[in-house]
Ligand binder design. Structure first.
Ligand code: ADP
Length: 302
């Protein structure tokens, strides 16, 4: 059966040190108080409502975590920063960042047969059908498998219980990070998002400065401004309007929040409340994951 290939010889020392780090990290983080107390709870997996596409099953096989890179999932509301933090972790761990939102946007900007249908769904803030998402994800995994990829961080998948069941059916997810942020900030962050139409860089023009009140702490997040050569090329995602973001949040609570409980009951959920912007949150997230970012430290010391 086809599978994620083992790392090539030249990558082996890196890959094995990562599995050591991440296994240690998983042991530590799963025993920390940040993880759901349901870790020790009895697990009653829901029955499968359907089978995964055969192609997906052939690219993901269960393999001893010591012999592969991490297989993590990032959950969280629109605008919380799943893309920002999961792609940084992917760079650190040397695994691919697979964002189903990016797969959907690539497909809708192509002239493929699905593009019109997808544009309509996304611009209304609705979820794309499980079938379409599973097909896009299978194609992405197939392409990655051909390139010899091992491990992944999934960003924005699974988003329904059925997607979570199907993923559980085909492979083992080691850890699920649930990023959390107050809702008024989420809306502001989505409305401030900008993308450089040339280099694809992600920026945010929102200057979030919420005063603390009634015992609730305040929160400051500096804008993430583009370099001068990107400034004139910034675009806004067509689904980042106030009306659509509110609908995406509603759908998140209805369809995707149950996925948190799915993983909480399996003892895999790491809850992480973002304390502020990247400078405050990134080191704390690494600490919660028991990871070290040498590059970050070196650039801070320089
Ligand atoms: P968000 O900022 O809301 O987290 P994403 O970039 O992850 O946005 O996704 C953009 C859109 O792509 C979603 O609103 C939805 O229409 C579609 N989408 C992405 N991932 C999924 C998924 N796993 N299941 C269904 N639809 C998805």
């Amino acid at each position: 059966m086809a599978a994620f290939r083992l790392p090539r010889a030249k990558d082996l020392s890196v890959a094995s040190s990562f599995s050591w780090i991440t296994n240690a990290c998983l042991r530590r983080s799963l025993s920390s108080t940040a993880v759901s107390e349901a870790a020790a709870a009895e697990v009653h997996p829901a029955p499968f409502s359907s089978s995964p596409p055969p192609s997906m099953k052939s690219f993901l096989v269960r393999r001893d975590p010591k012999e592969r890179n991490v297989q993590w999932v990032f959950l969280g509301c629109p605008g919380v920063g799943k893309g920002t933090y999961s792609s940084r972790l992917c760079n650190l761990l040397g695994v691919p960042h697979i964002a189903t939102g990016d797969l959907v946007r690539e497909e809708l900007s192509s002239s493929g047969p699905l593009s019109k249908e997808l544009a309509e769904i996304v611009n209304q803030g609705k979820l794309v059908s499980d079938e379409i998402i599973l097909n896009l994800l299978s194609q992405r995994l197939e392409a990655g498998e051909a390139r010899g990829e091992s491990g992944f961080i999934l960003d924005g998948f699974p988003r329904t219980i059925r997607q979570a069941e199907i993923l559980e059916d085909v492979t083992d997810i080691d850890l699920v990070v649930n990023l959390k942020l107050r809702e008024d900030v989420l809306l502001e962050k989505c409305l401030g998002r900008r993308i450089c139409s040339q280099c694809g860089g992600n920026f945010n023009v929102a200057n979030i400065d919420v005063k603390g009140e009634n015992g609730k702490p305040g929160m400051y997040m500096a804008p993430l401004l583009p370099p001068p050569h990107c400034t004139s090329k910034l675009i806004t995602r067509s689904d980042d309007t106030e009306e659509v973001v509110k609908e995406r949040l509603r759908i998140y609570y209805e369809m995707s929040q149950p996925v948190e409980e799915f993983y909480r009951s399996r003892g895999k959920l790491l809850e992480f409340d973002l304390p502020g912007g990247i400078p405050e949150s990134w080191p704390k997230l690494l600490q919660a994951l028991n990871l070290d970012d040498h590059d970050d430290k070196q650039s801070a010391a320089a």
